[in-house]
Design a protein around this ligand. Sequence first.
Ligand code: ZN
Length: 305
Amino acid sequence: MGGKDNAIGYFWEAIRKGQVAHFYLFHGEIGRHREQALALAATLNCLKKHTVVQKSDVRDRLYCGECLACRKIFGGCHPDVEFIGPAKSSVGIEQIVSLQKKVSRKPYEGLYQIYVIEEAEKLTLPAANALLVTAEEPSAQTVLILSCVSDGAVLPTLRSRARAVYFSPEDDRLVRDDATGLDPDWEEAWRLSGGNAVLAREAARVGVSVLRNLTEGYETAVNTGDFLRLFALFPLEREVALVWLQVMGASVLEGGRRETSLSDIPFFTSHIPTAIQALQRQADVRLTVEVLALKHMRRLGLWQK
Ligand SMILES: [Zn+2]
């Protein structure tokens, strides 16, 4: 294992050599854990695998970012990529048992299934012990990632079986500095994206004010139950709509919005991924957004039919 200074560099160097571990422990600055887990998931499942795409903003990345698998992964709707967090205050045994069932079967559509347990310091003791069994009998097509701030908070037996990847505060800053040239609103893009650097880059590219206007227009229409107000959002490009929906989902999940209609988390976690998937399957952009708004109005009791 390399020094702590460039642990992410070592991590990617190994992946590049095809040395994929089945059990990782991401610790340190948690701001980039999700982004790096998604990048790993994309690397392992990209349909244009082995094609190293050079882009100005990402050096040597190992996925294309454009194929259906990549788009589903970054859109948060790939069936083989799952983030598991504390239910209430802990990650309990029942969550791990359900994870074990999933691990025991093959991936739905990708080559690998990736499970990320976030806030792993909140694993209960029975849950951690159950996880130990899974870690000891890794399935070839599964990658399990524990994500936490301090590796000291994870059971030593579990920690010793994992490949540790340390995220330093410097790495976090580098990503921000890297992208500051894109848009003066980078900080805002970062915030809107819930600290997901991949999405933040996209958001900065589309433009924070564009995204903000879309959200405000959508929100006004939904809150007033005035469907006609939605018309102001169109025409809307597919790529912009995809980024916007992801940003709207991310900021709701981060609790970043005060507005009542947009803090309805169950609504967004169930309907936004559906809308994103529809757009990725080339559904009509306008129709997709209108359907989302109608469901939303109905949920708020503002649309009867
Ligand atoms: Zn791809």
